[in-house]
Design a protein around this ligand. Structure first.
Ligand code: SF4
Length: 208
């Protein structure tokens, strides 16, 4: 099921639609149509009770996790900066980051996932790397890696921000921009199991 978009929309200029919330990158990797419905046909998305409860549970868990030790990240000297809200016009992205660990001229974003899967899906990595790019752009630091914390497993995994992942983020941003500009509906996800609990299911008439 696509996740609700927790990022703020800090874009003050309604004529400039290019500050995409970073969560769009995760949604795009999950299913591009979710991003299409969100931006090209706004107002469609029903916010269900279950989604609201899920979002509140995420915030509660993230708050608890933030209080836990920094030693799990191997950065005991790092300063913790919580609930960081940033936007970058150069990258065309806005973000709300649960936690950033800062040490000297380097910054590591931390994000949380509820999934019980051991392997980390690419959409989680793209979001994290986008946070790193915004931190580099706005804080003028280096962001060599970030951490994905599995809440069910109480484990943090270090994700290096490789050139490949950085390029992938920028390619996805460009693809989303083109999609919004042309209003062309993208193909559905090839993983049709994702459609079962999707709140946009009734709009995807071509695949059901
Ligand atoms: S129903 Fe399937 S194809 Fe349509 S938006 Fe949802 S996940 Fe994507």
């Amino acid at each position: 099921m696509p996740t609700p978009n927790p990022d703020p929309n800090p874009n003050p200029d309604p004529d400039s639609p290019w500050l995409l919330p970073v969560t769009d990158l995760k949604q795009w990797d999950y299913c591009p149509r979710v991003v299409y419905y969100t931006h090209v046909m706004p107002g469609l998305r029903p916010i269900t009770f279950k989604m609201e409860m899920g979002e509140r549970a995420h915030e509660r868990e993230a708050r608890r996790e933030r209080r836990r030790s920094k030693s799990r990240y191997g950065l005991p000297e790092a300063e913790r900066v919580e609930d960081v809200q940033l936007q970058s016009e150069r990258l065309g992205l806005s973000a709300r980051i649960d936690l950033v660990l800062r040490q000297g001229n380097e910054a590591w974003p931390v994000d949380y996932k509820h999934s019980r899967r051991i392997t980390i899906a690419q959409h989680y990595k793209l979001q994290l790397v986008a946070y790193g790019l915004i931190l580099e752009d706005q804080w003028k630091v280096r962001s060599p890696a970030g951490f994905l914390v599995s809440i069910p497993h109480r484990r943090a995994e270090r994700i290096p921000f490789t050139k490949h992942l950085r390029n992938k983020v920028m390619a996805v941003v460009q693809a989303i921009r083109t999609m919004i500009e042309t209003e062309a509906i993208p193909p559905p996800t090839s993983k049709r199991g994702r459609c079962v609990n999707c709140e946009f299911r009734r709009f995807c008439n071509d695949i059901f």
